[in-house]
Ligand binder design. Structure first.
Ligand SMILES: Cc1cc2nc3c(=O)[nH]c(=O)nc-3n(C[C@H](O)[C@H](O)[C@H](O)COP(=O)(O)OP(=O)(O)OC[C@H]3O[C@@H](n4cnc5c(N)ncnc54)[C@H](O)[C@@H]3O)c2cc1C
Length: 403
């Protein structure tokens, strides 16, 4: 595997750096594009106007959808260019993109499995952030055992009629499209009667109820579907053959979740926080245990980076992300949790102090990050399920039970 960037790659990096210099506001992360868009009189109707404007600006400059085919608005760029792009954006801390579920899960799934009409219709609007997507897979009785899902869709002429419930649907209340799994043949073995649909969230019969998480944030919702009519054209792949497409969506989701760059940024913050903390009269970093913990996080993130390079070289060879993505997802969620634990240990008794208290450290950032990190070992498939996938699909061990 060649880990060097070519001269052309380095030229690409320099062009991107120059573009970021010209397009970010003072101080880098304060984005002038977003602020300007929010001031626009039309923006009052769209609370996401600023975030959309930034996503559009990046897209127009050719820095979104790098691996997607040009004919659908992508760049046909190399994977090394994608890595450079991600590295440079992280270096100057660009604002996060609002349409990540579209860009990392349903977009790549449609590139692989969508009809020509679906690709032309949906992919450009994902890239331009005109459409925001959510993922309707989990149900109250179907999370880890996703194939047990019960949400029904029956064909009625040229439309499916959908009835059922989805849960933990991230950003459902902001999204105008959902990709979802439905049972279209209740008599078939459970993985064979599932279909994959694309649903316009403005269709009558959809009720979105936001849920609050353990950290008090409102990130996901439950979604009730009552006689919701979906055109047959919105079926991805074949009827009753949605399970293998769902698997590829999950692989894309898990490969995106390893997020080495986000982890590096968290480690950088942790170093800065630790550098400013005192224990009595001593610097917190005078403690050998604290230094050892930080060094260990760095080593593990480097391990993850090299795991990422391995996935990258597979992708360059034309292979989609497979079960190996589960290794990165599992390991990354554990590293993230360990880092937030280190942060709270360094903060000592003040770590859990509430956000509004005068004694709070770093405005309670690490307290919130600790709870957020717990969710990373659940969302996108739990750590136990990742271990099962690794055991069966990566190590070739026998299945515990045949379901
Ligand atoms: C932050 C966050 C965002 C999410 N966003 C979305 C989203 O946008 N769309 C969506 O569809 N879903 C979403 N989810 C749901 C997520 O995919 C499920 O929570 C997850 O798959 C686990 O399902 P469950 O909650 O039903 O738990 P269960 O499946 O009931 O699992 C309960 C416990 O049992 C363990 N367990 C279950 N089966 C096994 C087994 N075979 N072997 C070993 N252990 C097992 C699990 O690991 C877990 O610890 C999100 C979840 C979180 C936390």
């Amino acid at each position: 595997m060649d880990l060097e960037f070519s001269k052309a790659d380095e030229d690409y990096r320099q062009r991107l750096r120059a573009w970021l210099r010209d397009n970010l506001g003072e101080g880098g992360s304060a984005n002038a594009v977003m602020r300007q868009a929010e001031k626009d009189p039309g923006a009052a109707k769209d609370p996401l106007a600023g975030a959309r404007a930034w996503a559009r600006r990046l897209h127009e400059a050719g820095y979104v959808g790098l691996a997607w085919p040009k004919e659908y608005g992508g760049q046909d760029a190399s994977f090394t260019e994608q890595v450079i792009c991600a590295e440079e954006m992280a270096r100057v801390r660009t604002p996060p993109l609002i349409n990540t579920i579209g860009l990392t899960i349903i977009g790549p799934t449609l590139v692989q499995h969508g009809s020509e009409e679906q690709k032309r219709r949906f992919l450009p609007r994902i890239l331009s952030a005109d459409d925001l997507w959510c993922q309707g897979f989990s149900e109250p009785e179907a999370g880890s055992d996703l194939a047990s899902l019960r949400c029904r869709a029956e064909l009625d002429g040229d439309e499916f009629v959908v009835n059922g419930q989805k849960v933990w649907t991230s950003l459902a209340f902001l999204s105008n499209w959902m990709f979802l799994l439905v049972r279209t043949d209740p008599d078939a073995p459970k993985r064979e009667g599932i279909s994959y649909l694309l649903l316009d969230m403005k269709t009558p019969g959809i009720n979105v109820r936001p849920l609050r998480n353990a950290a008090g944030g409102q990130h996901f919702s439950e979604v009730f579907l009552d006689d919701v009519r979906v055109p047959r054209d919105n079926l991805v792949g074949e009827l009753n053959r949605g399970w293998s497409i769902a698997r590829s969506s999950l692989d894309h989701e898990r490969s995106g979740l390893s997020g080495v760059i986000a982890l590096e940024e968290t480690l950088g913050r942790l170093w800065r926080m630790a550098g400013g903390l005192k224990r009595g009269t001593d610097q917190a970093l005078a403690d050998a245990g604290a230094r050892r913990a930080l060094a260990q996080h760095w080593i593990e993130i480097e391990g993850l980076r090299h795991l990422g390079y391995r996935t990258l070289s597979d992708q360059i060879a034309g292979k989609p992300p497979g079960p190996g993505a589960s290794v990165g997802k599992l390991f990354a969620s554990e590293v993230r949790q360990e880092m937030t634990r280190t942060a709270l240990q360094l903060e000592g008794p003040l770590g859990p102090v509430a956000k509004r208290s005068p004694h709070v450290v770093e405005r309670g950032r690490w307290h919130a990050a600790y709870f957020d990190a717990l969710a990373h070992s659940i969302g996108g498939g739990t750590s136990e399920i990742m271990r099962n996938v690794i055991a069966e699909k990566v190590l070739g061990l026998p299945r515990l039970q045949d379901d």
